[in-house]
Design a protein around this ligand. Structure first.
Ligand SMILES: Nc1nc2c(ncn2[C@@H]2O[C@H](COP(=O)(O)OP(=O)(O)OP(=O)(O)O)[C@@H](O)[C@H]2O)c(=O)[nH]1
Length: 336
């Protein structure tokens, strides 16, 4: 029969673990996005359970890849997460339970050695979304007995379920946010986000005196593309233009779909002459790079109007100035 003192001690340990889990759950519930939640979750677990290391193994392709999007390329993800195949994850969790292991050689082929630096034992906790295994939290510790395979895993299971639930909520929020602010066809931000961004830039200009510039962009003879090649091709052209524009601008510049075949780019901290140079570079790019389409090279060109923000100007006036510049440019072009 277990000794009473031991039972009291075990119950004290269990209570302390339950408290820590509750604190983690409470904190991550307030995270505004799945990206923020994942970051905070890993920090909190590492700190509260005093682990040697923690990382996230993400199944490839991840059901949340499109939402995490560029974030999967971020420094945080490079440092803290690793892509793995779903098959590898399933081998770790054949019964969807956490895996405890202190014979690390058996994990070596499946896990990069860098993740196991300084580790003598590891715990892998499955995360599930819509009943599909999509990730595993990897805890490492320098104590060989910390994650001994003979130990119970109830607390780790609870952690996995709670983290999955919170993540699922955060993903629903991400999806709503995405639908409200991004254009489905081209993947770039929509007019609503453009208005917010320009308003913020105008406030910054007023407070710190830093001007910025706008490009108002129109695809040349776009209607003809629709008429000659069909609407599907027109859609592909819009996605191509948005994609190229997004890649050709700097990280702190932003591209938005304004309407139809029109895009707006905000150039943070750029003067009129700098913005003119960007506009020339963008127009020249499309002149040189026709879009590959069904084995053909389809000419897709753009025109860019430019305006620099002026003190006291509001958003409509600034957009109008860039649009008028575009109109002048287009009026000067040959009509054929
Ligand atoms: N395929 C496709 N076409 C669209 C979409 N939104 C708007 N359009 C079409 O885009 C065309 C824009 O035509 P215009 O504004 O006359 O522009 P344009 O043909 O480029 O003429 P210029 O600006 O004078 O060079 C219209 O025919 C719209 O029907 C879309 O999401 N997909």
């Amino acid at each position: 029969m277990p000794d009473l003192q031991q039972l009291i001690e075990n119950s004290r340990i269990n209570e302390s673990i339950a408290n820590k889990l509750f604190e983690i759950e409470t904190e991550i519930l307030s995270c505004q996005s799945s990206h923020e939640l994942l970051q905070r979750l890993l920090e909190l677990i590492k700190e509260k359970f005093n682990l040697t290391g923690i990382s996230l193994l993400l199944a490839e392709p991840t059901p949340i890849s499109y939402l995490l999007g560029a974030k999967l390329q971020s420094d945080w993800h490079r440092e803290n997460s690793r892509p793995v195949s779903v098959e590898v994850l399933q081998k770790f969790h054949p019964d969807n339970k956490p895996l405890l292991c202190n014979e690390l050689a058996s994990l070596q082929p499946a896990l990069p050695g860098s993740l196991l630096t300084g580790a003598q034992s590891v715990a892998l906790i499955p995360l599930r979304l819509e009943n599909k295994l999509f990730a595993s939290l990897l805890f490492t510790d320098s104590d060989k007995d910390r994650f001994h395979p003979g130990l119970g895993t109830l607390h780790l299971e609870q952690l996995g379920v709670k983290a999955s639930l919170c993540l699922s909520n955060a993903l629903i929020r991400d999806q709503l946010e995405y639908m409200a602010h991004y254009d489905r066809l081209t993947g770039v931000a929509n007019r609503r986000l453009m208005e917010r961004t320009i308003s913020e830039e105008l406030v910054r200009q007023k407070r710190y005196g830093v001007p910025f510039s706008l490009l108002f962009i129109d695809c040349n003879k776009f209607k003809k593309i629709n008429d000659n090649y069909g609407h599907d091709c027109g859609d592909k052209v819009l996605a191509y233009v948005a994609d190229q524009l997004s890649q050709l601008i700097r990280e702190n510049d932003h591209c938005f779909r304004y309407a139809g075949d029109e895009f707006v780019i905000t150039l943070a901290g750029q003067s009129y002459s700098e913005a003119r140079a960007v506009a020339s570079r963008l127009m020249a790019f499309f002149q040189k790079h026709p879009m590959p389409y069904q084995g053909e090279k389809l000419a897709v060109t753009i025109s860019c109007g430019v305006a620099q923000s002026q003190v006291g100007q509001n958003m409509d006036e600034l957009l109008k100035a860039a649009d008028q510049d575009l109109y002048r440019l287009k009026a000067a072009q040959p009509t054929s």
